[in-house]
Design a protein around this ligand. Structure first.
Ligand code: PGA
Length: 262
């Protein structure tokens, strides 16, 4: 069966751009893609701004009917209550977020998020109708000790424990050693792990879910290397950090099909 998965280019802004800068960026991104006659069937686009920007992005996107999706960079595993500093999935859903990043390696390492926390957050996202962009990936040490696939596969299994992946899921394979390092994985490495992740999805959620779930690569993606990743059969897009803050670069990544004639 030929499967078609719309490529997905997601910009993870991390802790960059305030709400005024966010409005300017999203507006210019929309203009740039419209000018270039970007076909959103070639690549869906989403941005992940800081929480304080989301209301502004929502207002702009809905007022101008922009074809750009957005979401949070994290959410609480709880729905409401005495959790100072946390943001409920209910609030993100109310702001028309479609997606939420969960388990980014910076959350796992800097905020001590465990596989159990990530699992609880995936369930919280589904409770509120949000699609998790679930990040998995191995450190340089893991790579040396266990090879490329073992840790991402174990993280995926743990994150999906008791989860109905058919409710919506994007998986982002982000080798920790490639994030912000300027040293991306090779397309072959990304394909190898993406294929292993898809096989596990098939085992857990069935062939149909495995075939329709988009698996992204993330880690030092730029306009110059995006096309090589998207040529791989199991890589369906990218989670872009640093390069998502540069308008021309990000717009060019989104238009990967045009500028390489792929
Ligand atoms: P990078 O970050 O593109 O700057 O390597 C990717 C990410 O952390 O999602």
């Amino acid at each position: 069966m030929a499967v078609s998965r719309t490529p997905f280019i997601a910009g993870n802004w991390k802790m960059n751009l305030d709400h005024l800068q966010a409005i300017a960026f999203v507006q210019k991104l929309a203009w740039s893609l419209a000018d270039a006659k970007h076909d959103f069937a070639d690549a869906e686009v989403a941005v992940f701004p800081p929480f304080t920007d989301i209301r502004s992005v929502q207002t702009l996107v809905s007022a101008d009917d922009l074809p750009i999706a957005y979401g949070g960079q994290d959410l609480s595993q709880h729905d409401s209550g005495a959790y100072t500093g946390e943001v409920s999935g209910a609030f993100l859903a109310k702001l028309d977020c479609r997606y939420v990043i969960i388990g980014h390696s910076e959350r796992r390492t800097l905020h001590g998020e465990s596989d159990a926390d990530v699992n609880a957050k995936v369930k919280a996202a589904h409770r509120h109708g949000l699609i998790p962009v679930l990040c998995v990936g191995e450190t340089a040490d893991d790579l040396e000790q266990h090879g490329a696939s073992a840790v991402p596969v174990a993280q995926l299994r743990a994150a999906l424990d008791g989860v109905d992946a058919g409710k919506g899921l994007v998986v982002a394979y982000e080798p920790v050693w490639a994030i912000g390092s300027g040293k991306a994985a090779t397309p072959e490495q990304a394909q190898q792990v993406a294929a292993a992740l898809r096989a596990v999805l098939g085992e857990i959620a069935g062939d149909e879910v495995a075939a329709s779930t988009r698996i992204l690569y993330g880690g030092s993606v730029k306009a110059a290397n995006i096309a090589s990743f998207l040529r791989e059969p199991d890589v369906d897009g990218a989670l872009v950090g640093g390069a998502s803050l540069d308008l021309d670069e990000f717009s060019s990544i989104v238009r990967f099909k045009k500028h390489v004639g792929a």
